[in-house]
Design a protein around this ligand. Structure first.
Ligand SMILES: NC(=O)C1=CN([C@@H]2O[C@H](COP(=O)(O)OP(=O)(O)OC[C@H]3O[C@@H](n4cnc5c(N)ncnc54)[C@H](OP(=O)(O)O)[C@@H]3O)[C@@H](O)[C@H]2O)C=CC1
Ligand SMILES: CC(C)=CCC[C@@H](C)[C@H]1CC=C2C3=C(CC[C@@]21C)[C@@]1(C)CC[C@H](O)C(C)(C)[C@@H]1CC3
Length: 555
């Protein structure tokens, strides 16, 4: 092989088709006509790889072999339902062919899968490629629309996001929170700080920690990690919100004035911000000592600010206490309902009402339903992008502890001093919109979650699927055959129903809707590139079959 890049017998790193993992392989030969290298993996698997799927070993992080518990590519291959399995080449397969997909019914696929379960496993160590150059950071993970930032952008977002939340909180407090009055006048520095508010936030978080660690509720298994391991999560979120509700009602009954939350919103937001910064520093420091297989694929640029912002460690845990899962599902999410409830009380106080307004009731009930549903189906969060792929850093810590409780509550805060009367037909239309959106959101999320957890679930056997080279299949009928993100469609309809009760006088109660459109459109396109990278031509096949991303026939 005189003019080719890799020589016969050379040890190089070969990418396993459909994944981002590289394994040590030996080059066997090069076929000039197909321009493919035949390589052999350590477990004896022969594959044909394109030049771009081969790298020199020098670009890879080394790590202790004993720590790796990865499934071998051989095992992955054995699970693959690619049509390539049926082609005449049994020991030497083309990576491109492996990625080729056909639409099949899910049941036969699963039977074949079951038959292959006994395939002996050969353990190999996948290596993560070093991401040395900052300008080649791949947009592989989710968490938020901010992932596209390169390191200079991280500095910007790091300062902008906290400032934006504080501005919004100051703005919503204005009598006329219109754009003409933006930015609001900055109060003196002391106005942001209140030690008692910090104390309350700490107490709230500790209370949620206590509920989370109680041995109540199911222990659910997460999706397999790159190492093949499956983490266990205590999914007792519904129990946590039920106990929290009882505690809050009891406190109100004992004379605790919850309108404190309304009058000290700014100080509570600052206190939560401080906690999220401290937590992120802790997360960043511990990620420096984490083993490579514990790291997310993103957030390892070597740039301190970028990695701090984006998050480096995938599932930071203190013993069994999973910090990312806890922060995403507990203090901020349940805190959101507590704040909304406090705003309803503040509205009654400020406007001398015997009961909250219809608009306030709708906003409270709609968002409560959303949170209750999230906690009831807590297990489903384990198959979302954040849990599966994203590192836990400032972006998510801040998102969970500050962004969610202090910006998702703006509608309720706004209604405290900006009443909006609703006619009966408007009320009925808004409720219908919310219920339809909720139905789509729940059904589609449950369908994907059930399929990912058990592809051979008899309840799903009527659905059509596309096999992929990774062994996972893609749903191509049912909800996921209507658009590529039916769950986003339902979520957006619900978001609309949350803003409508506030009317059209100001933009502020529409903040969530605007942010959410940007977030979901960006998440969708990031997920598209990630899935294309993972599933190759099977994903293209899916996109050809399901043409629209979020809104049928529109987008
Ligand atoms: N209120 C809020 O602030 C937010 C709410 N959300 C909501 O959270 C929920 C989760 O969202 P998110 O994590 O972004 O994304 P999804 O739950 O939509 O997960 C996307 C993943 O699903 C899998 N997938 C995609 N297409 C298919 C298919 N056809 N068949 C089977 N699996 C498929 C892929 O993962 P793989 O193949 O690897 O399993 C893909 O990466 C959504 O309902 C969203 O609306 C999200 C962000 C913010
Ligand atoms: C601007 C900024 C820092 C954004 C960070 C994004 C996070 C706020 C969101 C990323 C994904 C989220 C999800 C929920 C809340 C917002 C964040 C953390 C979620 C827990 C809300 C309740 C839902 O039922 C859900 C469980 C599906 C959802 C999961 C994703």
């Amino acid at each position: 092989m005189p003019s080719v890049k890799y020589q016969r017998g050379e040890m190089v790193m070969g990418r396993w088709p459909g994944s981002s993992l590289y394994y040590e392989v030996k080059v066997l030969r090069y076929d000039a006509s197909s321009q493919l290298y035949t390589v052999i993996y350590k477990d004896g698997t022969e594959l044909e790889l394109k030049e771009q799927d081969i790298k020199n070993a020098a670009g890879f992080q080394t790590r202790s072999r004993s720590r790796s518990r990865s499934r071998s590519p051989g095992r992955r291959r054995s699970r693959s339902r690619s049509p390539a399995r049926t082609t005449r080449r049994s020991s030497s397969r083309t990576a491109a062919a492996v990625a080729t997909a056909a639409i099949t019914e899910s049941a036969p696929t699963s039977r074949r899968d079951a038959k292959l379960k006994d395939t002996p496993e050969v353990r190999l160590s996948p290596l993560v490629m070093k991401c040395g150059k900052l300008n080649i950071i791949k947009l592989t993970t989710s968490a938020s629309l901010l992932c596209f930032v390169l390191p200079p952008g991280a500095y910007f977002w790091l300062l902008f996001l906290p400032a934006w939340v504080l501005f919004l909180v100051l703005q919503v407090n204005l009598e006329d929170p219109s754009l003409a009055n933006f930015p609001p006048l900055l109060p003196p520095f002391e106005a942001f700080w209140d030690a008692q508010a910090l104390g309350f936030v700490i107490l709230w978080v500790l209370f949620q920690v206590l509920l989370y660690i109680l041995p109540v509720g199911k222990l659910s298994e997460g999706m397999p990690l790159r190492s093949g391991e499956r983490l266990k999560y205590r999914t007792n979120g519904f129990f946590a919100i039920a106990v929290s509700a009882v505690a809050v009602v009891a406190a109100v009954h004992q004379g605790v004035d919850l309108t404190y939350i309304h009058s000290h919103f700014l100080q509570l937001a600052t206190a939560s911000l401080l906690i999220s910064v401290l937590l992120s520093i802790y997360l960043y420091v511990r990620s420096r000592y984490a083993a490579p297989e514990q790291l997310a694929l993103g957030g390892n640029s070597g740039n301190v600010v970028y990695d701090f912002f984006k998050g480096h460690e995938l599932n930071p845990r203190i013993k069994d206490f999973d910090l990312k899962f806890f922060c995403e599902m507990r203090p901020g999410l349940i805190g959101w309902c507590l704040i909304n409830f406090a705003m309803a009380l503040a509205e009654m106080k400020e406007q001398s009402l015997n009961a909250p307004s219809y608009s306030m009731i709708l906003v409270n009930l709609f968002q409560l339903l959303y949170v209750l549903d999230g906690l009831w189906n807590e297990e489903a969060i384990l198959t979302t992008m954040d849990l599966m792929h994203d590192g836990f850093g400032f972006m998510l810590a801040f998102g969970d502890l500050v962004w969610v409780p202090f910006t998702y509550t703006l509608q309720a805060y706004y209604l405290v001093s900006h009443p909006n009367l609703l006619s009966l037909p408007a009320l009925a239309a808004i409720v219908t919109l919310k219920l339809v959106g909720f139905y789509i959101f729940r059904k589609s999320n449950s369908e994907k979650n059930a399929f990912r957890r058990n592809p051979s679930d008899p309840k799903l056997s009527h659905l059509k699927t596309i096999p992929t080279a990774t062994g996972k299949s893609l749903l191509v009928s049912g909800w996921w055959g209507v658009v590529r993100h039916p769950n986003y469609l339902g979520d957006l309809m619900m978001a609309l129903a949350w803003s409508l009760p506030c009317g059209f006088s100001h933009l502020l109660p529409w903040h969530y809707m605007i942010y959410f459109i940007i977030l979901l459109v960006h998440r969708d396109s990031r997920d598209m590139s990630e899935c294309r990278r993972k599933y190759g031509s099977a994903w293209d096949e899916y996109c050809r079959t399901v043409r629209y991303r979020i809104i049928p026939r529109v987008y």
